[in-house]
Ligand binder design. Sequence first.
Ligand SMILES: Nc1ncnc2c1ncn2[C@@H]1O[C@H](COP(=O)(O)OP(=O)(O)OP(=O)(O)O)[C@@H](O)[C@H]1O
Ligand SMILES: [Mg+2]
Length: 368
Amino acid sequence: MLRKEQNSQGGPAAYRNQAELTARRLNPRCQLLTALSHEFPHLTSAGLLNKFVNLFPEKIIRREGLISEDNFNTQVVLETRFEGAGAPSRGKVRDIYDLGDRLLIVTTDRISAFDVILNQGIPMKGVVLNQISRFWFKNTDDIVPNHMISTELEDFPDVFQPYGSELAGRAMLVKKTKPLPIECIVRGYITGSGWKEYQRSGSVCGITLPEGLLESAKLEEPIFTPSTKAELGEHDENITFQRAAEMVGSELAEKVKDYSVRLYSRARDIAYERGVIIADTKFEFGVEGKSGQLILIDEALTPDSSRFWSLVEYEPGRGQKSFDKQFVRDYLSSVGWDKNPPAPDLPEEIVLKTSEKYTEALKRIRGH
Ligand SMILES: Nc1ncnc2c1ncn2[C@@H]1O[C@H](COP(=O)(O)OP(=O)(O)OP(=O)(O)O)[C@@H](O)[C@H]1O
Ligand SMILES: [Mg+2]
């Protein structure tokens, strides 16, 4: 382990040598940022990220295979703009480029808390979310087909080719669909709005649950609890299965319920073995224009669309800390923010810690 004193005597060349040595010792795809922040404690700030890029110029990264091609980029991407690609539509997190029968979805580093987009981005967050979705899309397409076509730059249209480093790891070419107007939520544990509803009525979205459940308890079977898709600035509203069936037709409603529960169950089991509880999650489905096929769209089983808990810290009878946003939420509460925009700025330390948590989530889920 390097010491502060050594660093301060070293100068840039020594930094580079030390950093390279350190990096050689690391698993090639491990969380470089996390490792570096341990090795260089005095750089624990967003400055570390700039240092990182200087210390590991692209050619060293590629030569040593330190980080896979598709997840190399530590610059924060808050908003994208590509010459000739037209204006994207922007969700809270994604910039979406309409390519006719396909979309290029770019997951930025924007982060929202309590439904407000924060001023700071989280380095690597977009890459992490995109890679986690990619992992699940690849590992669940036997249950239901999904929208993913490719995450490789070479498969993207020509206008995007000059923007490789900005897009690396965070973009996905997908089939464009007409999204169903419902969110398909599956809960394996009772928490959040489900826990509130259960306390009031003993049921969630019309499903009666056993009496005496503790907060965060595991449910015997996962339940399907759809909600409406709220417009920007509105909140989603939980609905009964009956209501969902009225909205999309009972055949489609039955199908998405079945798919959602099977997708969730597979992911829950894989994640559990890797120390992560996926307490609940939200899927979206869409109907593809040409084929009329129902497919899984949007993001899949990421910390943004799901509640990830750390298995070792799990304890029923209380609320659990979210794996990824706990530092952000704790910080925002500690400064007494009333949850109305504008949000307070996040200190660099919180930004970096949050980045580490996201990277850790990817590493745990993907296994490297
Ligand atoms: N294959 C697809 N076809 C059509 N629309 C899609 C497809 N995949 C995702 N979308 C849409 O793209 C948008 C994704 O953007 P983003 O996640 O940033 O927005 P959001 O859902 O409004 O925000 P949040 O996820 O924070 O609620 C969603 O509106 C989603 O329905
Ligand atoms: Mg979304």
